[in-house]
Design a binder for this molecule. Sequence first.
Ligand SMILES: Cc1ncc(COP(=O)(O)O)c(C=O)c1O
Length: 398
Amino acid sequence: MSRFLSKSVQRLRPSGIRRYFDIAATMEDVVTLGIGEPNFVTPKHIVDAGIQSLETGNTGYTSNAGIYELRAAIATQIYNRYNLTYSPDDEVLVTVGVSEALFLAMKAILDPGDEVLVVEPCFVANAAAIEMAGGVPVMVQTSPDNDFQVTGSELETHITDRTKAILMSYPNNPTGAVLTIEHMQQVADVAEKHDLVVISDEIYERLVYGIEHINFATLPNMRERTIVLSGMSKSYAMTGWRIGYATAPAPLIEAMKKIHQYLIMSAPTVGQVAALEAIEHGEDDVEYMRQNYDRRRQLIVDGFNRLGLTCFEPRGAFYAFPSVEITGMDDETFCERLLQEERLALIPGSAFGESGRGFIRASYATSEDNIREALVRLERFMINNGFYIPEDEQLATA
Ligand SMILES: Cc1ncc(COP(=O)(O)O)c(C=O)c1O
């Protein structure tokens, strides 16, 4: 049947995440830290707003760009948080999750063969979105040696006369890294010097721990060349409602809207109504969930470090990204054996790009009980394979 399929689609690689879920789905009693989605259900008042909207017959399309009140609420929230002004009329676009917004951004700016510098490790859809839009992803590696920060000099080494844009996402999936203002400024300098668009996926903007999130468009001269992507999925536990949004100067939003109107028409109406309720009355929910994630973050990071799986301190999102170097295994073998021997599902870091090789991604968007059980299984795995000796046994053999 492959003769029916386009070469470009055949070239797309399946997500490295799916394979582990497929294996895990055939097994019983699997504990998973694999899923990058909140374990909370959407707060009740948000669900109620969605139900009420359906029950009152609000079941049609909305305007292409999204319900005006929602666009206005998004613009107000961004103004209140970052002192950045976007017009709800033509600088905000409501999309089907950040996933759609990401594709629209690429499709809007790329001609065939244009290159996009993609800071990795990163969300599995990034390279695919660029390829589907006819562009060429050029991966730019980061490393734990500098806390997974992208540097200006690393970006510079990948610039060619086809480079059109930089795509990055901080707080980062899978590392949990947050970009410092100094490194943001380096990205801004490169973007300005080479006249690049910056696509800043800030979907985890509300999930930061002990630091403030900085919207990339607030950097000097960056608003005019930046498309910021964000949405409801992670902050408000609303992955299934499928609402994201893009903010950018009007010509960029106009181009994205053109594609969006032919592709999607409008984002789900019920999701948009629920998103409006979330933005207007969901602050306490965001803070409640954030504090929960923060406690779990400490639990899991301490757990990994105690077992010798060195874990850089994530300051955002809901992922820990420890190294498996101590085991001598590569990340894929480690995850496969852990799944087979202990029925614990984690994701190999290499699924997120070459610089993730040797690391594993653990999502702590799951219950504390689940995390504790995962750490028990992990400890047993490490002991059984001779990678870790518990402290009491160390004393006994001393
Ligand atoms: C960095 C990043 N961007 C975008 C998405 C997709 O989000 P949405 O549910 O808004 O499509 C994810 C989901 O895991 C993500 O991690």
